[in-house]
Design a protein around this ligand. Structure first.
Ligand code: CO
Length: 214
């Protein structure tokens, strides 16, 4: 129980420090949020979203799951995306993977882990799609990291294929979908230069003609 007590002590200190710097800090935050970014990242404890991009509470809308996956059947991720795009009006969606991701590594191996194997099936599909490129990489560490990147690129596409994003684009909203990777060893972010901001960038079979709302 001692470990939990520390969390409350930390919280007490943090809240007091924030209030000391700005007496209205929590009153202001409690009223509203206005983040410009949605971050979809891995649950890994070493990739704390706000911290690595230097954003304060209220500045980053966050969704995290094992290996930063956005399957079209996951109502959790889709609900966050819908809320972020339609209610919070974020302008940027960032899918951020990280090198050394154990979720991605598990998807490259044949051990049975449990329920999570079904979740990680999404990454096995990415692996299968890019098998030739991945097989050509001799170093297992580099092969693993390349699959981390390919997974992010696939999740960028998955987000672009949702009705949520396509509807926003049909309504001439400025909405950019980005793919990034975080390097645990250097603390640096890498932009995979995969930025989508309109329907014509999307493969034809995934395009849906949305009715414009206004
Ligand atoms: Co991870």
């Amino acid at each position: 129980m001692k470990k939990l007590k520390i969390l409350f002590q930390n919280n007490e200190k943090w809240a007091a420090e924030k209030t000391k710097q700005d007496p209205n800090y929590f009153k202001r935050l409690a009223k509203d949020q206005d983040p410009h970014f949605l971050w979809i990242g891995c649950s890994d404890s070493r990739v704390p979203a706000n911290e690595i991009v230097g954003l304060e509470p209220g500045e980053l809308f966050v969704h995290r799951n094992v290996a930063n996956i956005c399957p079209h059947t996951d109502f959790n991720c889709l609900s966050v995306l819908e809320f972020a795009v339609n209610m919070v009006h974020v302008e940027h969606v960032i899918i951020c993977g990280h090198y050394g991701c154990s979720g991605v590594k598990a998807a490259m191996e044949d051990h049975h882990l449990g329920l999570v194997d079904n979740w990680l099936r999404n990454i096995r599909d990415v692996h299968a799609r890019h098998k030739e490129e991945l097989d050509a990489i001799q170093d297992p560490h580099l092969r693993h990291n390349r699959l981390v990147e390919l997974n992010v690129l696939q999740q960028v596409l998955n987000v672009c294929h949702t009705t949520i994003v396509q509807e926003a684009w049909a309504n001439h909203r400025s909405l950019y979908i980005h793919g990034w990777v975080y390097d645990l060893e250097s603390g640096r972010l890498k932009d995979l230069n995969s930025c989508f901001s309109s329907l014509d960038q999307v493969e034809e079979v995934y395009r849906i003609q949305m009715k414009r709302q206004h």
